[in-house]
Design a protein around this ligand. Structure first.
Ligand code: URA
Length: 447
């Protein structure tokens, strides 16, 4: 029977539930143009208001995932894992996690995106590395995972194209912040990416998609449940975006920080988040009996140089200059913008809060992110954090440093950031960097 899109919209408008066949037909209609954009937009608003059941999410996710190519890794690779972050500021975790987990014998097939809005993207960071190719063909991607155990590539246009179409419509119809639509969007892309298991880094706080912790928990639960429902073992880690992660925000600078962490050093917060996500990947792949053993393996990988070695291998396999792992080459290969201006504390006290989003926006206005899709990026511009929430500061102390291409741009951004770091009179207990791990219900014994 011919798909009746008007009836489809009415069902959701009136709070009904769609069948698998209807969802498939809807996505098919999106792809062949028989469902007009305005009809898809009307359905999105109905779905936003009425919500989607877990069954509907599963049907939609599968239909979106199958709307284009689905990566199939060579089964001889064994159980492969992928990770998704809901996006953050200073989030360079993928650069560390992928080679670390691969160095433990777990294949990582990582498809990454560019920066979106005020959040950074792994593809942009990797492009800061001279020569690095982040647009692998499906064949090259698969071959590399089979050969060295890991690859990071940008999403191909052929991957879940209906999801891209729907996302664009959500973006212009104010229907992005729907839990069900977010979960289907994320999980469909992960499934199309071909990995067996997924770890989700769901961030909460002022620089996150989900500002409230409760919303982040709800999204994490949905991502994990939906993935398991579709046969992909998954776990989620909740991490804070109440302040940028680590010390640096900016593309080249974040690659530098990732190399420090891969060398066993770097800021403790970045190291801890990378280790927690790696631990969950190790558990998913059944490479350890319990979280402690998994954590020991991950720590060793960072501290004994094996993760760094795998990173260098991956960079060179993707055409990049692997001598970037040597800090003495950074000024030449990963240069930072030359005009450094500090934002100084106007008063003494304790750092009580940060506007993480404003810091992400500031990087974008320096040229480190995009205003429009086609804008070029300046990988050198960056922001170095000089304080953390809870820290005591004296008037005149630097709170952060802005690295701009011109003195004027650095000064403008420092002005923009006045107020981004709040200072109070009372000592402040910093909130946790990470909270719960969300595992499937039957495994945790919750219900
Ligand atoms: N990230 C995604 O990939 N999809 C969404 O819907 C929101 C954030």
């Amino acid at each position: 029977m011919r798909f009746n899109v008007l009836n489809f919209i009415e069902v959701k408008r009136d709070g009904g539930e769609h069948s698998e066949g209807e969802m498939r037909a809807f996505v098919q209609g999106l792809m062949d143009g028989s469902v007009a954009d305005y009809q898809a937009a009307a359905w999105l608003m109905a779905a936003f208001i009425r919500g989607l059941s877990i069954r509907e999410m599963s049907h939609l996710t599968v239909a979106l995932a199958r709307s284009g190519d689905v990566f199939q890794l060579d089964p001889s690779c064994g159980f492969s894992v992928d990770k998704h972050s809901t996006g953050g500021v200073g989030d360079k975790v993928t650069l560390v996690l992928v080679p670390l987990v691969a160095s433990l014998g777990i294949p990582v097939a990582k498809l990454s995106g560019r920066g979106l809005g005020f959040t950074g993207g792994t593809v942009d960071k990797l492009e800061a590395i001279p020569g690095m190719n982040v647009h692998l063909t499906m064949e090259a991607f698969k071959a590399q995972v089979a050969e060295i155990g890991c690859a990071v590539s940008g999403h191909s246009l052929q991957l879940a194209p209906a999801e891209g179409k729907l996302y664009h419509l959500r973006d212009v119809t104010s229907t992005v912040p729907s839990m069900g639509l977010i979960a289907t969007s994320i999980v469909s892309k992960k499934i199309a990416g071909g990995a067996n298991g997924f770890v989700f880094d769901v961030k909460w706080g002022r620089g996150a998609l989900m500002e409230s912790y409760q919303d982040a928990v709800a999204l994490g639960r949905l991502l994990v449940d939906l993935s398991w429902e579709l046969g992909h073992p998954s776990r989620a880690v909740l991490t804070s975006m109440e302040q940028p992660l680590g010390q640096w925000v900016g593309n080249s600078a974040e690659v530098r920080e990732a190399i420090e962490v891969l060398s066993g050093g770097g800021p403790e917060s970045t190291r801890q988040v990378c280790l927690a996500l790696a631990r969950e990947m190790v558990l998913l792949a059944n490479k350890a009996q319990d979280p402690e053993e998994a954590m020991d393996l991950c720590r060793r990988g960072l501290d004994d140089g094996s993760a760094l070695e795998r990173f260098a291998q991956m960079v060179s396999r993707q055409g990049g200059d692997s001598s970037i792992v040597d800090p003495s080459r950074w000024d030449e290969l990963l240069p930072l913008a030359p005009h450094v201006v500090p934002l100084v504390a106007q008063r003494s006290g304790y750092v009580s809060a940060m506007d993480t989003r404003a810091i992400g926006e500031a990087l974008r206005s320096l040229g480190g992110g995009r205003m429009r899709k086609e804008d070029p990026i300046d990988h050198r511009v960056s922001i170095r954090m000089a304080c953390e929430i809870g820290q005591e500061v004296q008037a005149g102390d630097p709170l952060l440093h802005v690295y701009g291409r011109t003195l004027g741009s650095s000064q403008d951004v420092v002005e923009m950031l006045r107020g981004a770091v709040s200072i109070g009179d009372e000592p402040v207990e910093p909130g946790p960097l990470m909270r719960d791990v969300i595992a499937p219900l039957e495994r945790t014994g919750e219900n």
